[in-house]
Design a protein around this ligand. Structure first.
Ligand SMILES: [Zn+2]
Length: 326
């Protein structure tokens, strides 16, 4: 599609090809979607998602070269400081949804875990949540690629490391009861190697909970060609469906025990925001109403809508798959 004018003065960044599907290895694929960095406008590249002919996994190809990561993840990237950017009401709502999410995970374990790792632990909110469930800080591990965050968590007594899963040697095999990775696996270069590594860390019977966008959701279908917020172009390198995520975890040593669906309110809002900013007849003033950080009434509306849909057993765009080590 034609480049929107807002991207004209942005840099063109280096890319690398991803010839083979990381889920099944096939090199046959079809174009699935294309678009620009509508959210952060970091570069003027047009990006393409392709779908594997064999297993239907969707990947970004080509994707940003490794030495451009500091361009596509600017220092203001919201994952690092979202609580400072959203309203106190939204923070409270998020805390309630986090607690419900953890409860839904823990009900699948035979007993309360004694050891826990959160991959992409941010400010450590899930480590603290598990501490409230009675775990000791020396058994609470967090991985986050920001040294300032891991230094401050380590100073508090948590086991926090600024490493990628693949490079982390501090966690022993067969030592972890519960591992979580919320909205991170879609960002990594090789999701299979992440699952294999975590499967090694788990004790037999241990559970790995993976939350990631689902391209078989209502919002994903409605905005499929370019504007779906779940693409997070060009930072999401993989987009899964329940079937492709199941194949990934089961091919790498785990067994799926449950799949849950949470609210994809941010994806709904970004989808409309991108449509109103960059669609055929732009409506920038309307787009402002769909900013997830700055439009509480719309946020509450989409959260309620998706909560109802998930209660009615519809598949939303935020799927949470639980897989167990035998
Ligand atoms: Zn494939």
């Amino acid at each position: 599609m034609q480049m929107p004018a807002a991207f004209a003065d942005k840099p063109l960044i280096a890319t690398e090809a991803v010839p083979a599907c990381p889920v099944c290895g096939s090199e046959a694929s079809q174009q699935f979607a294309s678009g620009y960095d509508y959210e952060l406008l970091t570069c003027r590249n047009e990006w393409f998602f392709v779908q594997c002919d064999q297993c239907s996994h969707v990947r970004l190809d080509p994707r940003p070269a490794v030495d451009t990561l500091k361009v596509i993840y600017p220092p203001t990237y919201y994952s690092y400081n979202y609580e400072e950017k959203i309203s106190p009401v939204a923070v409270m709502g998020k805390q309630m949804m986090d607690a419900a999410k953890m409860k839904g995970i823990l009900k699948n374990l035979d007993k309360l875990p004694e050891s826990f790792v959160d991959i992409g632990c941010g400010n450590g909110r899930f480590l603290r949540a598990m501490e409230r469930h009675g775990l000791n800080r020396e058994n609470l591990y967090g991985l986050e690629l920001d040294e300032r965050i891991t230094a401050s968590l380590s100073a508090e007594g948590f086991k926090a490391y600024d490493r990628r899963v693949e490079d982390c040697t501090e966690i022993a095999d067969n030592s972890i009861d519960l591992a979580t990775i919320f909205h991170v696996i879609e960002h990594v270069d090789d999701p299979g190697s992440v699952v294999r590594k975590v499967a090694g860390w788990l004790k037999p019977g241990g559970v790995f909970a993976i939350e990631t966008p689902n391209f078989e959701s209502l919002d994903a279908r409605k905005f499929k060609t370019t504007f779906w917020g779940g693409y997070h172009i060009p930072r999401h390198w993989h987009v899964f469906s329940p079937a492709t995520l199941r194949k990934l975890v089961e091919d790498n040593g785990l067994t799926v025990v449950d799949t849950q669906y949470h609210t994809g309110h941010s994806f709904w809002m970004y989808s409309y925001q991108h449509l109103f900013n960059f669609g055929k007849s732009p409506k920038p003033r309307l787009a402002k109403w769909f900013d997830p950080f700055n439009s509480l009434p719309v946020l509450i509306g989409f959260t309620a809508f998706d909560k109802l849909r998930s209660d009615l057993r519809y598949k939303t765009s935020a799927m949470l798959m639980l897989a167990q080590k035998n």
